[in-house]
Design a protein around this ligand. Structure first.
Ligand SMILES: C[S@@+](CC[C@H](N)C(=O)[O-])C[C@H]1O[C@@H](n2cnc3c(N)ncnc32)[C@H](O)[C@@H]1O
Length: 385
């Protein structure tokens, strides 16, 4: 498999952060969509992208593009690829797809056509075929079919990269790991100054912040990726890359990371998750109301992801909670950049502070915002004089 297009997907709205990351790893940007970035590289490059990208969901390596205006043409196009050279008949195969074409209504039919073409090719070339199923723990082939344009990829990630492997205890309303990483990147916090996270829930924001601060590659904990099931995979190259990633991660950062929640079980889960992620020594945990969170001197970033919907909390209580956050910011967090991540724009009005930036995000299908507040030392007026 020589150099080809690579599509890296992400949650809706976080492609600007993904783009920065891809550029930072030395890859070009060929195009950008709301939930994907197109770059290029070799199959070997997908190992690096899978290991280091914090905001990506899947790394798709393009195999072939062709025109198909009906399922028969899809079958022929897929059958034409030398699948027996790409992976063994002992592997298990999963087909995923994104289909938007008038010729079929149910994308599962396209998946079946695709799978049939691959297993028929195996049967005819070597007399045996791989098993197939919905699990993404073996070879994953992804089909993109829009109008009459078909693109066939290997999903080199397999399970989405948001599953880092540290969140064994998710609790209610957890933030996806990749979204939490994008939120931390949006705050531009990189380990200098403090990172304070009241209402930490299962600890995702603090854990991602710790990983960013010490440069710990997000894929280090995972033992299975889609690329591992392909013949082009060189275990030695992966071990080498893994070792390099482990050695380049720092032991400590200069700023403090503080994570608190009023529920003891949340703090317990956050600690456990941080331990699994190998960053618990970087985070100071406490059980307390957000307003009692110890805010270290010298400023930094303070991020809250308060409850915001039907899932947690009742409306009137939430209004006073958001109002209280405004007071807490004003009184206790001077010298910090304050952030609130929420999916409820009405509640934000209760904060009562002037916003500096409003960054759009999505949490699943819920449209969210990350609001930034500049919390000046003393009053703004005094600071200007
Ligand atoms: C939306 S969840 C945060 C989820 C978190 N970002 C994660 O990834 O798991 C909101 C959290 O706020 C906490 N919380 C609500 N009211 C609080 C208060 N007054 N003081 C401290 N924590 C509070 C809840 O216990 C819950 O864990």
């Amino acid at each position: 498999m020589s150099k080809n297009r690579i599509v890296v997907t992400c949650a809706k709205g976080i492609s600007p952060y993904l783009e920065e990351e891809i550029l930072g790893l030395g890859f070009p940007i060929l195009s950008e969509g709301i939930s994907s970035i197109e770059t290029e590289g070799s199959f070997g490059d997908t190992l690096k992208l899978n290991l280091f990208l914090r905001t990506a969901h899947r790394v798709l390596f393009l195999l072939k593009r062709f025109k198909a205006s009906h399922p028969g043409e899809l079958y022929q196009g897929v059958y034409g690829l030398p699948w027996e050279n790409y992976f063994s008949e002992e592997s298990t195969l999963c087909i995923t797809s994104s289909v938007d074409t008038e010729t079929i209504r149910d994308s599962r039919f396209a998946n079946v056509k695709c799978k049939d073409a691959i297993v028929d090719r195996f049967n005819q070339r070597i007399g045996k075929r791989p098993d197939s199923g919905p699990e993404r723990d073996g070879v994953v082939v992804h089909l993109y079919w829009k109008g009459d344009r078909c693109l066939v990829y290997f999903d080199t990630s397999g399970e989405p990269l948001s599953k880092r492997g540290y969140r064994k205890i998710p609790l209610e309303a957890p933030m996806q790991e990749t979204l939490a990483a994008a939120v931390v990147l949006a705050t531009e916090w990189k380990g200098e100054g403090n990172f304070v996270n009241p209402m930490c829930g299962s600890g995702t924001l603090a854990i991602e912040a710790a990983g960013i601060a010490v440069g710990k590659a997000p894929g280090l904990l995972r033992s299975n990726f889609g690329f591992m099931h392909l013949k082009g995979y060189k275990e030695e190259a992966w071990k080498e890359l893994h070792k390099k990633a482990r050695t380049q991660s720092k032991k400590a950062c200069s700023g403090k990371i503080v994570a608190t929640d009023m529920r003891p079980e949340a703090v317990q889960a956050a600690k456990q998750n941080a331990m699994t992620a190998g960053v618990e020594q970087l985070i100071e945990f406490a059980v307390c109301d957000y307003s009692e969170t110890p805010v270290p001197d010298l400023g930094g970033v303070i991020v809250l992801n308060p409850p915001y919907g039907e899932r947690l909390g009742d409306r009137r209580q939430l209004e006073s909670l958001y109002q209280g956050i405004g007071d807490f910011f004003k009184k206790k967090c001077q010298g910090y950049r304050g952030y609130i991540f929420t999916g409820n724009m009405d509640l934000l009005k209760k904060v009562g502070l002037r916003t500096k930036r409003r960054l759009p995000f999505y949490n699943g299908d819920i449209e969210c915002r990350l609001l930034e507040y500049e919390l000046y030392e003393g009053s703004r007026k005094r600071q200007r004089t």
